[in-house]
Design a protein around this ligand. Sequence first.
Ligand code: NAD
Length: 236
Amino acid sequence: MRLEGKVAVITGAASGFGRAAARRFVGEGAKVILGDIQEVEGKAVASELGDNAVFLKCNVTSEEDVAALVDAAVSNFGALDVMYNNAGVVGAVGPIAQTPLEEWQRTLDIHLNGSFLGCKHAARVMMSQASGSIINMASTAGLLGGQGPHAYATCKHGMIGLTKSLAREIGPRGITVNAVAPGFVPTDLTNDLIEDMQDTIIEMTSMRRLGTPEDVAHLTTFLASDQSSFITGQVI
Ligand code: NAD
């Protein structure tokens, strides 16, 4: 098992990529703290995973909530080996001239401030351990224009910037920081969108099929494992 004895925190763990990662991480021997604003769904995932999982209601825009999520890893399971900053929303959509500032700010708050807080509090614990893996959820929208709405694309570009910058600071302390950048994958976030574009999306992929949350969990499991300890500051 690739994650035997590891302790991970996953945000946005009640659904989609976060839920798939929680299942995979526990299947690989990890213990997980799951955070999400969706309490009923989050608790259901934790109860499915048994004693190896604890759910805490967490809004990633709240520093108090994110700090508590990280501290729960230490108090419940004795360490924090993996921080997966995954929570996200589509956020503000539409032409820039019609984008309300509040919607723009809310999108940045969830993605950018949420990841910043996850990195900040994970680093607090991981630096004292001199080990750990931080994984930020980017997107192809963080690499190219036209892959998502303006605010979403801005956030994902920013999360890649944070990943590269932070890797330089804490790499020498034994902590890796990487980002994953999936394309369109059917989840609650994208189901409506993908329905209309499915053939085009499949045509754009090398494997000529839609990706799955389990594919992404495979990648994050690798980044969470000791096998990736030489990879940092990368977008995968
Ligand atoms: P999803 O909607 O299934 O899951 C997102 C989860 O984040 C939900 O459970 C939601 O409740 C939670 N969340 C939202 N706001 C939150 C907040 N403020 N605090 C805590 N939790 C919050 O969608 P998903 O596709 O699994 O998305 C997960 C991440 O992957 C997001 O960051 C998204 O931008 C990114 N992503 C998705 C795709 C895709 O095609 N599905 C592609 C690239 C990147």
